[in-house]
Design a protein around this ligand. Structure first.
Ligand SMILES: NC(=O)c1ccc[n+]([C@@H]2O[C@H](COP(=O)([O-])OP(=O)(O)OC[C@H]3O[C@@H](n4cnc5c(N)ncnc54)[C@H](OP(=O)(O)O)[C@@H]3O)[C@@H](O)[C@H]2O)c1
Length: 234
């Protein structure tokens, strides 16, 4: 069967690392032309994959990205900040606002700037996270950003139709998001988090990437939130 991504153009904002980079590889394997976007990328083409710099906190930078790429078929948004778990009372709210600015407001800015260029039968895939519905003390920033992202995905699936909008909700995934921990701490955290799951381990970025590919390829899927979390919500 020919992939519905064959010959399509996919922009992955957050494609410089982790889940976004894995989505890019999965889309390329399905025949898509992929544009990776993130702050640390330089403009250019490497092994047939195009890179463009973008800072999602800056509307002008997003506008430049979409004007440079032109018409495209699918927008994947995986940009996310590094968030430290803290209780509300310990939290610097300016710092919390910066976190919202990258993941939630960044997605809103990106979608607004993307719409003139996004094919009317194309799609948008946002990224939430299991803490959006799995509540834990000290995690209010991730909970609120992820819950809002899921609500936004459903609302925009109505508003932007016939374009489709879906959300992927990852559980704990072994990505550079945890690079701030030393190896020993990281492995201990993964062992503890994974051991508490029905599948007995944390996930890999490639396992989450297949959800984005499904959401891009399946023309009957919109307004969905897909949990890929090893059973973390159970
Ligand atoms: N890994 C997990 O366990 C997990 C669990 C639940 C949800 N998630 C969510 O999944 C998404 C991807 O996470 P990941 O694990 O793949 O993390 P990651 O490897 O740290 O990737 C984060 C991405 O965000 C981009 N980014 C950060 N600030 C940006 C900005 N101002 N402008 C543009 N891009 C920006 C980074 O690119 P540059 O540095 O190049 O800008 C990078 O590509 C995030 O939304 C995260 O909250 C992850």
């Amino acid at each position: 069967m020919t992939s519905s991504l064959n010959g399509k153009t996919v922009i992955v904002i957050g494609g410089s690392s982790g889940i976004g980079a894995a989505v890019a590889l999965a889309a390329i394997a399905r025949g898509a032309q992929v544009v990776l976007a993130g702050r640390r990328l330089m403009p250019g083409i490497d092994n047939g994959v195009r890179s463009e710099p973008v800072d999602v906190t800056d509307s002008a930078s997003l506008q430049r990205l979409f004007e440079t790429v032109g018409h495209f078929d699918h927008l994947v948004y995986t940009s996310g900040p590094s968030v430290r778990a803290k209780t509300l009372i310990e939290t610097d709210l300016d710092e919390a606002q910066d976190n919202f600015n990258v993941k939630l407001w960044g997605a809103l800015r990106a979608i607004q700037q993307a719409l003139p260029f996004l094919h009317e039968h194309g799609s948008i895939i946002l990224t939430s996270g299991q803490l959006g519905r799995k509540l834990a003390a000290g995690q209010f920033i991730k909970t609120v950003i992820n819950a809002a992202t899921e609500a936004l995905g459903k609302q925009l699936a109505k508003e932007l139709a016939p374009r489709r909008v879906n959300v992927i909700s990852p559980g704990v995934i072994d990505t550079p998001a945890y690079a701030g921990l030393c190896e020993e701490q990281r492995l201990a955290m993964f062992a503890k988090a994974g051991g508490a799951l029905p599948v007995g381990r944390v996930g890999q970025a490639e396992e989450v990437a297949v959800g984005y590919v499904l959401a891009m390829e399946n023309g009957f899927m919109t307004g969905a939130v897909i949990d890929i979390d090893g059973g973390g919500q159970l």
